[in-house]
Design a binder for this molecule. Structure first.
Ligand code: PLP
Length: 322
């Protein structure tokens, strides 16, 4: 069971009118540093501020009219919640995003602005997830999870198709890695079209669940700790169905980064590339700066998101943290 290039092509046709085709630009400074041609895929400029819109839109678009009327639910505080709220509104579907009492008020308001209902429940994400499970079991909602789902992976994979259109000769693609929906989808597209292209996953060294799982040979749990790459936090799920096996088969390598390296990536994005990129989105740049990922030929760095707290961003830029 896996997601194929045909699934990804079908997803592309489905979501094309609803998402931005983001720009690919050369980074002269990273090219100088690495003796390769480094290109940045500016996906942090996607609508809602991250690539997660692709997978959420593809998943919502395939629901029946009856299912859209009943609604979709998720328990994400971050980029998946924003993306699902936006995608549901565009498709005329009801959406409930379940959040714990600990989620900051500005995030709650943002979900409302994007047209979804923010339901505040319990003291943790796990308790919020219990409410999602209840909505599914008792009220017929569809649960759309952030990564381990065929339609979500296929939607994220459309980024791989775009990369291959924009840089057909790519030698290396650097992809931020958490639950692995993005890396699985992008690698499935890239490897189908250009098997020789290397695809490298990049995580923070604090709580890298996919890396620990790949090393163990099965999905394992890791302790979740605060990191500048907060969008890369969380596990892969002990019952992982798809992304673990796909990442094991398709990724050439996984690289881990320290907090200081991630901060340097965010600073480079801002000061040199003139882009506001969140920690998770800057790990590809960071891996090149740290010399932990090798650029070969035309190298594509995927910058995935920009939903960073701007006070935290300021402190990183000013060198006050990491
Ligand atoms: C979710 C996310 C990732 C990681 O995607 P996975 O599919 O969970 O591996 C990377 N960057 C940003 C900005 C994200 O929101």
């Amino acid at each position: 069971m896996s997601v194929t290039i045909d699934d990804i092509r079908a997803a592309e046709t489905r979501i094309r009118p609803l998402i931005e085709r983001t720009a690919m630009v050369v980074s002269p400074s990273l090219s100088d540093l690495t003796d390769a041609t480094v290109m940045l895929k500016l996906e942090h400029r996607q609508i809602t501020g991250s690539f997660k819109l692709r997978g959420a839109t593809n998943a919502v678009a395939q629901l029946s009219p009856a299912q859209k009327a009943r609604g979709v639910a998720a328990a994400s505080t971050g980029n998946h919640g924003r993306a699902l709220a936006h995608a549901a509104r565009k498709e005329g579907a009801r959406a409930i995003i379940c959040l714990s009492r600990l989620v900051p008020q500005n995030k709650v308001e943002e979900i409302g602005r994007l047209g979804a209902e923010a339901r505040i429940i319990g003291e943790s994400q796990d308790e919020a997830q219990v409410e999602v499970d209840r909505l599914v079991a008792e009220e017929g909602f569809a649960s759309i999870p952030p990564f381990d789902h065929e339609d979500v992976i296929a939607g994220q994979g459309t980024l791989g198709l775009e990369i291959m259109e924009q840089v057909p000769e790519a030698g290396t693609v650097l992809v931020p890695l958490s639950g692995g929906g993005l890396a699985a989808g992008v690698a499935a597209a890239v490897k189908a079209l250009r098997p020789a292209c290397r695809v490298i996953g990049i995580s923070m060294d604090r709580g890298a669940a996919m890396k620990a799982s790949l090393d163990a040979g099965r999905p394992v749990e890791v302790e979740e700790v605060a990191t500048l790459a907060d969008s890369l936090g969380g596990g892969v799920g002990l019952q992982n169905r798809l992304t673990f096996a796909m990442c094991r088969e398709l990724l050439d390598e996984v690289v881990l980064l320290t907090e200081a390296e991630i901060a340097a990536g965010m600073r480079h994005a801002y000061m040199i590339e003139r882009e506001i990129v969140e920690g998770a989105g800057a790990v590809g740049i960071a891996a090149l700066l740290a010399g932990k990922a090798r650029a070969t030929g035309e190298t594509v760095v995927l910058t995935t998101g920009r939903n960073v707290d701007m006070e935290q961003h300021r402190r990183v830029i000013c060198g006050e943290i990491a």
